[in-house]
Design a protein around this ligand. Structure first.
Ligand SMILES: Cc1ncc(COP(=O)(O)O)c(C=O)c1O
Length: 350
């Protein structure tokens, strides 16, 4: 299997190099509200901090995260994006067997491969609305659950009691897109994770808080798990600007409210418009992106991607998602004008 399998959306650099132009990026699922003026200003003001190492314990942001959720600092570990924490979990616990429902985010597989874990895949079926077939889950050391799932956009876990019954030693729940749900408090397992030694919850500032380039995420787990992971973590992996920006944005209630409102409204608009295009079927999503099926013999996802590139638009061709094929694309929900441009371009090329 070549490297291509693990390519992600959001590689605007490669696209700009190849096509020598700028793009509207629908391939990465990042909040279109973007950076706030407060964050820009704080970064300019704190430029001098580059001279020093960042706080290796990321104390201030760890405290803010703990306060935000009403949990203890000892239950929080901050990393260089949630990706650092995925690799850290796998390299620390060295699971002999890893279970991954597919289609899903490909880095769980890549991290497990790095330590030569035996990987079992469990297919999420389209006709079962990509829900987790929990009765079919066999024993494994680690199970990765992406909730809501990327790229399908649904909650694959809606009932915590299911986890309690699973024959799995450690369940890692990646909640990278959970912030987009207006009722996220009902669905997040953060409060369960702080007490339960079998659960780790991953969160990120990349998507909802639009800090993709700064690289900051965190996990919530039982104190004994956090302590163990801390021993193996790379020091200074979270830079000073990332720590600072995350602190500011987490305190910005208005940003959080506006982002949820914008995405809910625009998702409805985009979904309805896409559903009107005959050869496209969008799937319902609780996140800030839509998986779309192409039902036209002539069109593949890569052909559609190429055609949209000519219109200055980047989408995610889902061919390399294990469990999907060249009939699926994924698009982010962006601002109204951008969404309109996407819909117009799709109507034109299909
Ligand atoms: C489900 C999921 N988890 C984690 C990540 C990685 O996020 P981060 O930027 O926090 O490393 C992504 C990025 O695409 C993702 O889709």
């Amino acid at each position: 299997m070549g490297n291509l399998t693990f390519e992600h959306g959001g590689n605007i650099y490669q696209a700009q190099r190849q096509y020598k132009r700028k793009f509207l990026d629908f391939s990465a699922n990042i909040n279109p509200l973007g950076l706030t003026p407060q964050i820009k200003e704080a970064i300019y003001k704190n430029f001098g901090s580059i001279l020093h190492y960042p706080d290796p314990e990321a104390k201030n942001i760890t405290r803010k995260i703990a306060q935000y959720w009403g949990i203890k600092e000892e239950n929080v570990l901050v990393g260089n994006g949630s990706i650092e924490l995925i690799y850290l979990i796998v390299s620390t616990f060295k699971p002999k067997t890893t279970l991954i429902p597919i289609p899903t985010f490909s880095e769980y597989e890549r991290a497990a491969r790095c330590i030569k874990s035996k990987i079992n895949f469990l297919r999420l079926k389209e006709k079962l609305r990509f829900e987790l077939p929990s009765a079919k889950i066999n024993q494994a050391d680690i199970l990765f659950l992406c909730n809501p799932n990327n790229p399908t956009g649904n909650l694959i876990l809606t009932d915590y009691r299911i986890i309690e019954k699973l024959p799995i030693k450690l369940v890692v729940i990646d909640e990278a897109f959970m912030d987009f749900l207006p009722d996220e408090k009902k669905h997040t397992l953060i409060w369960k994770a702080q007490k339960n030694k079998r659960i780790i919850v991953l969160r990120t500032f990349t998507k909802f808080f639009a800090l993709a380039g700064l690289r900051i995420g965190y996990l919530v787990a039982h104190q004994s798990i956090v302590n163990k992971l801390r021993q193996y973590k790379i020091p200074w992996s979270v830079n000073s600007f990332a720590q600072l920006a995350a602190e500011l944005i987490l305190a910005d209630k208005e940003y959080i409210r506006k982002a949820r409102q914008l995405i809910e409204q625009e998702k409805k608009f985009l979904f309805n418009e896409l559903a009107k295009i005959k050869k496209l079927t969008p799937y319902p999503s609780v996140a800030n992106f839509l998986l779309i099926k192409i039902s036209d013999a002539k069109f593949t996802s890569s052909l559609l991607r190429e055609k949209l590139i000519q219109n200055g638009i980047l989408i995610r061709d889902c061919t390399n998602f294990r469990g999907l094929n060249n009939k699926f694309i994924r698009v982010a929900v962006r601002s109204h004008n951008e969404n309109l441009k996407l819909v117009e371009a799709l109507k034109e090329v299909i």
